[in-house]
Design a protein around this ligand. Sequence first.
Ligand SMILES: NC(=O)c1ccc[n+]([C@@H]2O[C@H](COP(=O)([O-])OP(=O)(O)OC[C@H]3O[C@@H](n4cnc5c(N)ncnc54)[C@H](OP(=O)(O)O)[C@@H]3O)[C@@H](O)[C@H]2O)c1
Length: 160
Amino acid sequence: MKRIIISAMSHDRVIGTGTGLPWHIPEEYAHFLDCVRGNVMLMGRKSWEIFGGDVVTAANIIITGSAEFANAQSAAGIAEALALAASYQRPIFIAGGATIYTQALDADVVDEMWLSYIPGTFAGETRFPEFSTADWQDQERRAEPRYEFVRWTRREKCPE
Ligand SMILES: NC(=O)c1ccc[n+]([C@@H]2O[C@H](COP(=O)([O-])OP(=O)(O)OC[C@H]3O[C@@H](n4cnc5c(N)ncnc54)[C@H](OP(=O)(O)O)[C@@H]3O)[C@@H](O)[C@H]2O)c1
């Protein structure tokens, strides 16, 4: 099943204030909810506490070192979360926060990134990890009135 990072960020990669999103763009948030609806969502514990009440998914898998949650399964890391997610045979959305995006990209387990770019400058503690266009190709760009959607796919690598 395809493993897709989904995120919204400013052009300097801010994604969050620590307690929520730095902007109020309901149609972009609706786009996120539409994408994950009926699919499998992976999230870090802090993001789950912020956004978990809004999603309608086939399964929620929360990466955490400790807690147990209603309406979600817990996993001790990205590998365990992906192993649990695989059994649903549905697209897997890796939905943040920054700690989870970073671990997923470092582990090289992401097929696509669906990123919404929000114009403007925002104060925020949390940033999307840097990535290289040597590794990622912009397959699709769509201008929406208040953001730009870009679908990035992983470039093929020559076998070593
Ligand atoms: N703009 C967007 O698209 C978007 C999307 C999602 C989130 N956000 C923003 O991102 C911010 C939250 O992100 P964050 O990076 O601070 O937190 P986070 O990634 O949502 O959650 C961090 C927590 O995940 C757990 N965790 C992470 N790696 C783990 C591992 N390897 N093993 C076990 N547990 C692990 C830990 O939970 P425990 O402490 O329970 O052990 C850790 O405290 C918020 O501001 C939110 O609004 C933005």
